[in-house]
Design a protein around this ligand. Structure first.
Ligand code: SAM
Ligand code: SF4
Length: 345
């Protein structure tokens, strides 16, 4: 069997620019309990078919092959991963893997709705950390931004995460001009009160409605200018391959992060690969092409060992074809067809 690239046993997922891929983001569903305007439309969503969504077995299979190829960190995302009833099983099966002889890390990105009642089972299953998204602390604004009246549920989820052993705890907000730009300080204070790090994300052109407009995006520099009026911000050294630039608030210990994918891209240090809920591998959030892994996973004519080789081959092909950067700032940039909810943030 040949899929075009023969796997090279013993080597990691290294692309043609020398970037070593150790982080796999797995989307568990494209569905969600919210409808954040920058992510998906309120109505008219065309959902992935249930039969195309990877099962816990299939996710564990890909994760095992990826761990053997040097992936050490798995982030479960979506859509909303808490909508998967088998989330704890997925966490536990991925968390049981080892990469290079060491345990892997399993983290979750969630809107927090329903987290409170499930956090104990997720911790017991081996979850390492959680990131919770919250763009506003005002109920009316939350409703207009997410089309759902669920701020209290998100806050409950944040409270449960703060009370758990999961650390460091991170909160994410997309910063938007005229939407929540007057709440940046309030959001940092919410995070500090929960022993968490607030991270502001520049809005990216990944909305399913393709309405992104650079002028409504709040830039890294604008975010830092607002925060700088309230706190002194000392850069935290040693960013490594992390997407967030981090700053200590005053004398610490609390910190804030800024993820400036648009105005200060960090592609040259990117170590991330993505797997959509329907088993497509993407080498970049902004990739316009995907490689099908589902077919290899479901090919029952292949013995298990050959299916492993097929999965490895697809992962290597995706990494091998990865471009240097996302080119959002190129005039010829083309937004991916899928919205963020279907790619996995
Ligand atoms: N539902 C979960 C949540 O909201 O955390 C996980 C999936 S969501 C797609 C992951 C992250 O992507 C969230 O922090 C969300 O704010 C962010 N996101 C979604 N659309 C975005 C966009 N257009 N630009 C920047 N960040 C975006
Ligand atoms: Fe759902 Fe997360 Fe997208 Fe909001 S950002 S609509 S919570 S997937």
């Amino acid at each position: 069997m040949s899929l075009g690239v023969e796997p090279t046993s013993g080597t990691g997922l290294v692309d043609s620019f020398g970037r070593v891929h150790t982080d796999l983001r797995i989307s568990l569903t494209d569905r969600c309990s919210l409808r954040c305007t920058y992510c998906m439309p309120e109505q008219g969503n065309v959902w992935l078919t249930r039969s195309s969504i990877m099962s816990a077995d299939e996710i564990a299979h890909v994760a095992r092959v990826a761990a053997d190829l040097g992936v050490t960190s798995f982030r479960l995302t979506g859509g909303e991963p808490l909508l998967r009833v088998d989330l704890a099983e997925i966490v536990s099966r991925v968390a049981a893997l080892r990469s290079g002889g060491a345990p892997v890390e399993v983290t979750l990105t969630t809107n927090g709705i329903g987290l409170a009642s499930r956090i104990d089972e997720l911790v017991a299953a081996g979850l390492s950390r959680v990131n919770i998204s919250i763009d506003t602390v005002r109920a009316d604004r939350f409703l207009s931004l997410t089309k759902r009246d669920r701020l209290a549920d998100v806050l409950e989820g944040i409270g449960a995460a703060a009370a758990s052993s999961l650390r460091p705890l991170k909160l994410n907000a997309v910063a938007m001009r005229g939407v929540n730009d007057d709440e940046l300080v309030d959001l940092v204070e919410l995070a500090v009160a929960h022993d968490a790090e607030m991270r502001f994300i520049e809005q990216m052109p990944l909305d399913a409605g393709h309405q992104w407009d650079r002028s409504t995006m709040l830039t890294r520099d604008e975010i830092l200018a607002v925060l700088g009026e309230r706190w002194s911000l000392a850069p935290v050294p040693g960013r490594g391959d992390a997407p967030a630039e981090r700053f200590v608030l005053d004398t610490g210990p609390h910190t804030v992060g800024v993820i400036a994918s648009v105005t200060a891209p960090f592609c040259s240090a990117c170590n991330r690969l993505r797997l959509t809920a329907d088993g497509q591998v993407r080498s970049c959030l902004f990739a316009t092409d995907e490689l099908d892994l589902l077919q290899s996973l479901r090919d029952e004519t292949l013995p298990e060992a050959d299916r492993d080789v097929a999965v490895e081959t697809v992962l290597r092909r995706s990494v091998g074809a990865k471009l240097a950067g996302h080119a959002i700032n190129d005039p010829l940039f083309l937004q991916p067809v899928r919205g963020m909810n279907a790619i996995g943030g």
